[in-house]
Design a protein around this ligand. Sequence first.
Ligand code: ZN
Length: 129
Amino acid sequence: MIRSVDDAEDIHAYLKMFPRLLSRASRTCERCGRHDALVGHGTYRRWFITFGFKARVRLQRLRCRSCGTTITLVPPFMRSRSPYGREVVTAARAARARGAAVYTLPASLERMGVAVRYATIRSWVAEAA
Ligand SMILES: [Zn+2]
């Protein structure tokens, strides 16, 4: 399962709060509802790419001692199954909504500091349409 780290407003705030994520996290399991059941279950790294930032970022995992489910604490600006941050997708869709041709979007995003394949951008724009 995924639990959003809602108070992380951007990657820099998230990296700063990461060392305290485990100690601050609610220990109530969202699957079985048991209190004081969640314990640290290690971390893993994921690529995260946004304007002015590209690096592998650590995510904290929790495990329920009662039902065994695992929960990953994920900041809200990260997307599932993609390294690109929400603001990159939003920028591409906004440019398209203003009338920019899809083929111009890779160069536009690259000028803003993020290189994204044309096919990837095309899928973002198609999902929004
Ligand atoms: Zn549980």
